[in-house]
Design a protein around this ligand. Structure first.
Ligand SMILES: [Zn+2]
Length: 190
C-alpha cells in the first residue's frame, strides 16, 4: 500500500497545483466524526465541504471514551481548544454515523483479535487497571446507541472547562445514503 501511495503522489504532483490558503477554517467550524473508511470523500460531499472550510477531527466512533471524559481534557478537547483559540472556530458539529464499528462491538471478537496479534487482553486489563473486559471495551469507546453516543459527546464538550460557551451540535449521518439527521441543535450563539 505504501508504494502505491508514493507512486500516486508522484503523479499527483505532476498533475495538480494546489492553491495557497490559510490554516484558519473559512466556515469557522470544527467537525468531529468517525474514522470509518466509508466516510472518506462521501462525508465532505454530503456536507458540501471544500478544502479550507472546516477542521475535521476523527476518532474511532466519533466518541470520547469513558475514561477520557473525566475532566474533559482528552486529546479531542485539546484539538478543539487549539481550533477555537488559535484558529477561530466558533461552532462545533459532532457527527456519528449509522452502522459504526464501535457500536455493539463484540468482546469475544476483540479479545480473539488481540490474542492473534500477540497481545494478552487479561494482562493488559490488569496492568492498566481496567478491571475487566467491560473496562477494556469502555477504554476503546464501545457504545450501543449512536444517537446516545453523540449526545454524550456533545455534553462532554459543552461542559468542558477548557472550552468557551459556543454552539456544539449533534448529528448522525446515514453511512449508506449520506442523509444527516439532527440529534441536538444547540440554541446558544457564539
Ligand atoms: Zn464509526
Amino acid at each position: 500500500m505504501l508504494n502505491d501511495i508514493l507512486a500516486h503522489n508522484e503523479r499527483f504532483l505532476q498533475e495538480e497545483t494546489l492553491s495557497a490558503i490559510g490554516h484558519a477554517p473559512r466556515k469557522r467550524t470544527a467537525v468531529i466524526t468517525c474514522m470509518d473508511c466509508r466516510l472518506v470523500r462521501m462525508f465532505e460531499d454530503a456536507l458540501g465541504l471544500e478544502r479550507g472550510d472546516v477542521l475535521e477531527l476523527r476518532t474511532a466512533g466519533a466518541t470520547i471514551s469513558e475514561p477520557e471524559r473525566v475532566g474533559a481534557g482528552s486529546d479531542l478537547i485539546r484539538s478543539l481548544a487549539g481550533g477555537i483559540y488559535l484558529l477561530g472556530v466558533r461552532e462545533v458539529l459532532v457527527i456519528g454515523h449509522t452502522n459504526c464499528g464501535l457500536a455493539h462491538a463484540d468482546s469475544t471478537a476483540l479479545t480473539a483479535s488481540m490474542q492473534a496479534l500477540g497481545v494478552d487482553p487479561q494482562q493488559l486489563i490488569d496492568s492498566q487497571g481496567l478491571g475487566d473486559i467491560n473496562g477494556l471495551m469502555s477504554w476503546l469507546g464501545v457504545f450501543n446507541d449512536v444517537h446516545m453516543n453523540v449526545q454524550e459527546v456533545v455534553k462532554v464538550i459543552r461542559e468542558s472547562s477548557f472550552l468557551p460557551k459556543i454552539p456544539i451540535h449533534g448529528l448522525v449521518i446515514d453511512i449508506t445514503s449520506g442523509r444527516l439527521v439532527l440529534v441536538d441543535r444547540d440554541q446558544r450563539s457564539a
